[in-house]
Design a protein around this ligand. Structure first.
Ligand code: F3S
Length: 656
């Protein structure tokens, strides 16, 4: 890390050591060099098609890994075809390929590749998990990740850093999941887009890396840029146990480092907590809602699938049987975790209890399997419980710790684990983890000879046209607050169409309005632009750029909302969709579905004061809206998106 005379936070140290030059005026952005990237298969097919469109050269990062962990059900040939594409394109570009069954990208990356002091950009919103070892690890849209692999810096809004000062230590039966649920209770799920959460304080000493990973992982649900922990003695122990002690370096905040604000959290005061349907921000204490019957309990996902999580569950379930009305599913986060619980008595204890063991994948978390019964109650240790994400729209999904989940699986009802009649099971962190690397495929030396496979279902990469000066639009849908990317374009059983935008676009807003796609296509074919109107926090949740790409394909040119979430607004800009915010939120009230709108002089407005006049032809009224984009983002959107922008930039360089 570079030295500086001014005291620095962990965040500043890593960002400053990766500072890159910005093209044009820096205004509100910083640009950083990206050391590592990760992709997963649900976002990867588009990411690598975009990489192919950008360059024919080997990736320029220090390390890039392509994981298969989302679409592993493989009903029909689409997923298997996509996986073969991903395997061959990884080999062609010098990317390590992690085969299906190797584990969930964030868990595996943490185990095998995380490196304190480095930067990581991933096409998955929970890439922030690796912030647990002192990385700046950021989730982004696939196009941003493709651009980083091609050697471009990543631009982010100059962050405001909040220090979370942890003191005390967790009481028995209280878990890292309860810590992050308590933090979500403080910060909520919206309005945190420009922040980085940096952890510090003496309370850190008692938190292992898997526990820190759970906390960093669900920072994504607060909507922050990322979360970061110092790299300390616990980090060194974890990396040594992974056989990677040379990857460790210490990184701590300097005394006197300045933060936007400091929030003190006393770990002693945290109690078992739960996120109620249908938002991870809908937090209650477990003892306030205990007693309701549950039909399904799922332990796993990138939030809580570590060795420690599963051994705790095994120790609680040991000598007991799950309730006959409960289906208990255990999904280890990686083959390493599976091997570790197999080599101890933990797997046996889980099997004896009646648990089902799922392969090491996202599985239930992404809703492509294990959907709950109609109107069923499902307790899960993952990070999102949005309406319909589980695959059952009528189901109620609650998010909790492995301790609460295991206790409830035995009793058949939501149970505060503190009421169990057993001593709290202590789990020692292993001194050596099994270094399972069998399912990684390293790229060949001669990458130029690799033939990239493309299945018959793979569609073409759609591109937008330059931003017109005048938009003549029609309101295709009017939405409320907290619209997530799961609402915009569902995962689950629809996910197998991720590499075919024309097909996948048929499901835009399916969970809210099944006729949206055909209506929007009709408006587009009629020569009009589609406009989406929404309330606060539009685009929460996953990083899937399909939530911008598919609406773009349907002719959506403007999203007019009270506010946007970080990754999604960037994805809109990257694909040439103009994000506009209401200046006066009261104007939202008198816009209705089907209203016709006109916006004139858009380019001039972007050049001048960022304000546009929106004329509602149907109502005969005008109002003002603004676009809060950086100078670079304005250049991107004017040419129709990031892909044409990067191509233009590279052409300009060649012409010089
Ligand atoms: Fe996978 Fe769920 Fe995490 S889909 S990457 S386990 S949020």
């Amino acid at each position: 890390m570079p030295s500086s005379s001014l005291p620095q936070s962990v965040t500043e140290k890593i960002l400053k050591s990766h500072a890159a030059a910005l093209n044009g005026r820096p205004d509100r952005e910083v640009a950083i060099r990206i050391d590592q990237t990760l992709t997963q298969d649900a976002t990867g097919t588009m990411t690598y098609q975009q990489l192919e469109a950008l360059t024919a050269n080997r990736v320029k990062t220090l390390l890039s890994v392509s994981y298969i962990d989302h679409n592993t059900i493989q009903i029909g040939p689409e997923n298997a075809d996509d996986h073969r594409y991903l395997q061959t394109v990884a080999a062609r570009y010098g990317v390590i390929f992690s085969r299906a069954g190797n584990g969930i990208c964030h868990q595996v990356h943490l185990e095998r590749f995380s490196k304190p002091g480095q930067t990581l950009l991933g096409s998955d919103s929970h890439t922030c998990t690796c912030g647990s070892v002192g990385m700046i690890a950021i989730g982004a849209g696939g196009l941003d990740v493709a651009a980083a692999m091609a050697g471009n810096p990543f631009c982010l809004t100059s962050p405001k850093v909040v220090k979370l000062h942890l003191k005390g230590r967790l009481n028995p039966w209280v878990a890292a999941k309860d810590v992050i649920l308590s933090i979500l209770n403080i910060f909520g799920t919206q309005g945190n887009a420009g922040y980085i959460l940096e952890y510090g304080g003496e309370g850190l000493q008692s938190l292992t890396i898997p526990e820190r990973a759970t906390i960093a992982n669900m920072g994504a649900e607060c909507g922050v840029i990322t979360s970061v922990f110092p790299s300390d003695e616990r980090t060194r122990e974890f990396l040594s146990a992974q056989g990677r002690k040379n990857d460790w370096m210490p990184i701590e905040a300097d005394d006197g480092a300045e933060y936007e604000k400091v929030v003190e959290i006393d770990l002693n005061e945290i109690v078992p907590s739960i996120a109620c349907p249908h938002s991870p921000g809908n937090i209650r204490k477990v003892d306030e809602v205990a007693g309701m019957k549950v039909q399904q309990v799922c332990i796993g996902s990138c939030t809580n699938s570590s060795y420690k999580d599963l051994v705790i569950a095994a120790k609680i379930l040991k000598d007991g049987k799950i309730h006959p009305d409960v289906s208990l599913v255990i999904a280890p986060g990686s083959r390493q975790v599976l091997r570790m619980i197999t080599s101890t008595s933990a797997l046996d204890a889980l099997l004896n209890s009646g648990a089902r063991i799922q392969e090491c994948v996202c599985g239930f978390c992404v809703g492509n399997s294990l959907s709950p019964m109609t109107s069923g109650i499902s307790l899960r240790t993952n990070n999102r419980n949005f309406l319909g994400r589980s695959g059952t729209k009528s189901a109620e999904v609650y998010l909790c710790s492995p301790e609460t989940a295991a206790a409830s699986a035995i009793s058949g009802e939501l149970t505060d684990p503190r009421t169990l009649d057993i001593p709290y099971p202590h789990v020692e962190m292993p001194v050596h983890f099994v270094p399972d690397e069998d399912l990684f495929l390293k790229p060949p030396m001669q990458i130029e000879d690799v033939q990239v496979y493309r299945g018959p279902h793979m569609g073409r990469l759609p591109l937008n046209t330059p931003l017109p000066r005048v938009i003549e639009g029609q309101i295709a849908i009017k939405l409320g607050d907290n619209i997530t990317t799961d609402h915009i374009i569902p995962a689950g059983k629809r996910m197998k169409h991720r590499s075919n935008i024309a097909k996948y676009a048929e499901y835009v807003f399916e969970v809210l309005d099944e006729s949206f796609s055909s209506r929007a296509a009709a408006i587009r074919d009629n020569g009009k632009h589609n406009v989406i109107v929404a309330g606060f926090s539009y685009g929460q949740g996953s990083s899937r750029e399909h939530a911008a790409l598919c609406p773009m394909y349907l002719g959506v040119r403007v999203v007019l909302a009270k506010s946007f979430e970080r990754i999604h607004i960037t994805n809109l800009i990257n694909f040439g969709i103009l994000p506009l915010s209401f200046i006066d939120d009261a104007d939202y009230q008198w816009i209705e579905y089907n209203d016709e709108l006109e916006i004139h002089d858009i380019h001039e407005a972007l050049r001048n004061n960022d304000r546009v006049i929106v004329f509602n032809k149907t109502k005969g009224r005008s109002f003002e809206a603004c676009s809060l984009m950086s100078e670079r983002e304005k250049r991107v959107i004017i040419v129709g998106g990031k892909l044409p922008y990067l191509k233009q930039m590279s052409q300009t360089k060649q012409d010089r």
